[in-house]
Ligand binder design. Structure first.
Ligand code: PMP
Length: 284
């Protein structure tokens, strides 16, 4: 069984319990982070912790653990669970406020939970062969830049994708793709420009997205941050999604329409390979 870290204790997963009055459970008054682990090492850790601080600040949620303490917790969890490849999930809630009350009483102690998920990241068919996506309306709230645990709309979109025989969903608002249900979205236009939606309150500021834009810059790939429509995506030469646990997954069909020739394209493959090489260098 896995070891879980919960509020200062290392416990077997069966014994790690959270109160029914915890605000994460009652109100989704909580934020989270997911950091990939490859070759037993944390990927883009500083970026994930910087975003955690930002999410905390947006919700006036005090995080009693500093960056070094959080790094030590992540590293100890990797060791205890002998994690070679997978992810570390961190959730910070405003805590157990003793009853169901919207306004949190002063002095409530936050709840911090960390656990590991062993899974393959590099050698997965989705990364190599690509995935099929649907488009569906983005019905989420207005502060998607805060990595909060209210993920009902994302669960519904993924369920709808499965119902339609696809792998994932791209979300559409006011005629433009915002992001994937749990990823950012990039397209490569027929004139070989990499395009992704600019940062704002309407998307999560993906750490992987940021790293990929830097790599594109280094590789001399022309890139622009602007919104794009589902039609432009369907007619793009390449489409891919990015996230910590997928890195880069080519999207080979949208709503049953093949993208390009229906196979992962050269820009997507190059960025994926460069990213994997870069994170292995960064760790060496
Ligand atoms: N957007 C959404 C809605 C997500 O859930 C995620 C993954 N957590 C991302 C984008 C990608 O972010 P990151 O690259 O930091 O994992």
């Amino acid at each position: 069984s896995r070891t879980v870290w919960i509020n200062g204790s290392w416990l077997p997963e069966q014994e790690a319990k959270v109160s029914v009055f915890d605000r994460g459970f009652l109100f989704a008054d909580a934020i989270y982070e997911v950091t990939a682990v490859i070759d037993g090492k944390l990927v883009d850790f500083d970026g994930h912790m910087a975003r955690l601080r930002r999410s905390c600040a947006s919700l006036s949620l005090a995080c009693p653990w500093d960056g070094e303490a959080l790094r030590a917790l992540h590293q100890e969890l990797i060791q205890r669970n002998q994690l070679d490849e997978g992810a570390i999930y961190l959730q910070l809630t405003r805590g157990d406020s003793g009853d169901r009350t919207f306004l949190c009483p002063e002095g409530t102690e936050p709840t911090l939970v960390l656990f590991t998920q062993a899974r393959e990241i590099v050698n997965v068919p989705q990364g190599i062969q690509g995935i099929r996506a649907i488009t569906c309306p983005d019905i989420r709230w207005g502060r998607r830049d805060i990595k909060s645990v209210g993920l009902l709309a994302a669960c519904m979109a993924k369920q709808e994708a499965r119902r339609q025989g696809a792998d994932d969903a791209l979300l559409v608002e006011q005629g433009f793709i915002t992001e994937g249900a749990s990823s950012n979205v990039f397209i490569v236009t027929p004139d070989n420009r990499l395009v992704t939606r600019p940062l704002g309150n309407d998307i999560l500021h993906g750490i992987t997205r940021g790293t990929l834009l830097k790599l594109a810059q280094e590789l001399g790939i022309e890139h622009v941050e602007r919104p794009f429509t589902p039609t432009e995506a369907r007619e793009a030469s390449e489409v891919f999604i990015s996230s910590a646990t997928s890195l880069v997954w080519p999207v080979v069909a949208i709503d049953g329409v093949a993208i390009g020739d229906g196979a992962p394209g050269p820009f997507t493959r190059r960025l994926r390979e460069r990213y994997i090489a870069a994170l292995r260098e960064q760790m060496a």
